[in-house]
Ligand binder design. Structure first.
Ligand code: SAM
Length: 214
């Protein structure tokens, strides 16, 4: 994602009632942030928020948290949410490496990763959000039988992710290298990157994996 520094982004996020700036204070108590108790689904690396605002509108019976590392990017999601005012959507600026500090064991039912940065160099493989290092963090915060869903246009990253997920003992429930021509196309909510890549004719890959109780 090309990053433009947006002056005042941090302050605008802090002022929004839909954003949380100290997520570690809500660890184990996220349900209290929302007006209704519901399963908690999070998206890591949400970008400008098209996917999660779409999902929150479509599934009012789920509570969603969108996580994004950069204020300048998260601000776009906050601006969308200020208009939509979806009660079941919370936006958080944080780095995913700290998820265990912000979510208690088993607090999350499902994690979405969409078009995560590929980090193509081998020496940066640990930074990929589907690397073993991140999977063990997700393992801690997901409930028994919890799900991880991943979409990308990058087939090298997809193959890497499949290998890591299987190697770390997760169960692959669904896998396609052409989501838009698969049975899951009907329910699919597109992300900003997905709109862009599929408009160019690129196939989109998707997998759903289940955390296995150890
Ligand atoms: N998910 C969006 C989409 O599909 O349109 C955005 C994809 S963009 C390629 C990846 C996003 O992940 C960027 O906004 C980036 O800032 C965010 N990101 C990357 N590493 C992250 C991390 N460690 N923690 C939180 N967000 C991260």
């Amino acid at each position: 994602m090309r990053l433009k520094n947006v002056p005042g982004a941090g302050e605008a996020i802090e002022k929004s009632e839909y954003a949380v700036t100290e997520p570690e204070l809500h660890r184990g108590h996220w349900q209290e942030w929302f007006p209704q108790k519901a399963p908690l689904h999070i998206e890591i690396g949400m970008g400008k928020g098209s996917f999660l605002t779409g999902m929150a509108g479509k599934h009012p019976d789920i509570n969603y948290i969108g996580i994004e590392k950069y204020s300048s990017v998260l601000l776009r999601a906050v601006q969308k949410q200020e208009v939509l005012q979806l009660p079941n959507l919370c936006l958080v600026r944080m780095d995913a490496q700290f998820v265990e500090d912000c979510f208690a064991p088993g607090e999350v039912e499902k994690i979405y990763l969409n078009f995560s940065d590929p980090w193509p160099k081998d020496r940066h493989a640990d930074r990929r959000l589907t690397s073993g290092r991140f999977l063990s963090r997700y393992d801690k915060i997901l409930q028994a039988g919890g799900l991880l869903e991943f979409k990308t246009d990058n087939m090298d990253l997809f193959d890497f992710s499949l290998e890591e997920i299987e190697e770390h003992g997760w169960k692959i429930l669904f896998c396609t290298k052409d989501l838009h021509h698969s049975p899951r196309a009907q329910d699919n909510v597109m992300t900003e990157y997905e709109e862009k890549f599929s408009a160019r004719g690129q196939a989109i890959a998707m997998l759903t994996a289940q955390r296995v109780e150890r």
